[in-house]
Design a protein around this ligand. Structure first.
Ligand SMILES: [Fe+2]
Ligand SMILES: [Fe+2]
Length: 296
């Protein structure tokens, strides 16, 4: 290979990398806007759906590009709710009147249209559009069924349901008191009954709401996530030693009130970036209350 070709290839690779970073920054900005819309839940719902959906995609051995799409669609699945009135946002579907229901169902169309503005997000937009389809064809907007529904949308549908079922109804649940506990076992025991009943419901919905193969994978994943933290302790850890996989035992906000990290949330690489920024500007303390392995 000539020097020129090599130089050109390096340049293209660098540009590609910059472009991917730019796209990711755009996605994070969108996700923050969505979190503001849903802030009353204070459960970093979209981040959770993004991260668990990514884990599911990896378990399904999807390629890197498809995995990225699934994760991004998870982060942005409800982006079309931006601009919703509070009344429609904080009701469950059976509680909505027909006008609210009609508006609610439009969030998948709005989400797709918003994301279609970015060529690199076309695939993501299509997944977002389908995340309320049911496996048996009774969902919306198009009543698609089985493999007609994109695999990413079938994944997000389960993760989204699980997180809402575990957290939305618990309001001031035991995660709120994580800072008062000394280890993860107390938290796990308190939430065990809820966890079992949510998983049982998901299992019952095989072939109805959810893809049976994905249900099987998800149950295994959710159980192993809980097993992973069994030996974790609650302790203060300096930001420099906070690592992906640990869990926040306390919520942290920027000085403007934006939720940076949520109690119960698993530390991910990109949440660390925002944390460092806030610690550097003294918006949050240097030592954070974490659930972590005894050796950390
Ligand atoms: Fe949705
Ligand atoms: Fe959601």
């Amino acid at each position: 290979m000539s020097n020129n070709t090599k130089e050109l290839e390096d340049k293209i690779e660098k540009l590609g990398f910059q472009l991917a970073n730019n796209i990711f920054d755009t996605i994070k900005t969108l996700q923050f806007s969505l979190d503001l819309t849903e802030r009353y839940y204070e459960n970093s719902h979209s981040r959770y759906v993004g991260e668990m959906s990514e884990k599911m995609a990896k378990l399904m051995s999807l390629n890197e590009e498809d995995t990225f799409e699934v994760r991004t669609a998870g982060l942005l699945h409800d982006i079309g709710k931006i601009g919703f009135r509070d009344t429609a946002l904080f009701k469950t579907m059976p509680e909505m009147n027909s006008r609210e229901l009609k508006q609610y169902k439009l969030h998948v169309d709005i989400g797709r249209e918003m994301l279609y503005n970015h060529k690199a997000l076309y695939g993501v937009a299509d997944i977002v559009y389908e995340h309320h389809e049911n496996f048996d064809g009774t969902g919306f907007p198009e009543k698609k069924q089985k493999s007609q529904i994109k695999v990413g949308a079938r994944i997000i549908s389960i993760v989204d349901f699980y997180h809402n079922a575990m957290h939305k109804s618990m309001k001031l649940d035991s995660i709120s008191d994580l800072s008062q506990k000394s280890n993860a076992m107390d938290y796990l025991q308190e939430t065990q009954r809820k966890f079992d009943s949510v998983l049982e419901y998901i299992d019952d919905q095989k072939n109805i709401k959810f893809d049976p193969e994905l249900v099987h994978l998800f149950i295994k994943l959710a159980e192993s996530e809980r097993k992973r933290i069994e030996g974790f302790l609650v302790k203060r850890i300096h930001i420099a030693n906070v690592k992906p996989g640990m869990i926040f035992a306390e919520s942290y906000y920027s000085s403007s009130g934006l939720l940076i990290a949520n109690k119960g949330e698993v530390v991910a690489n990109d949440s660390l970036k925002a944390l460092y920024r806030c610690v550097e500007s003294d918006q949050i303390p240097q030592k954070l209350l974490m659930l972590a392995d005894n050796n950390d």
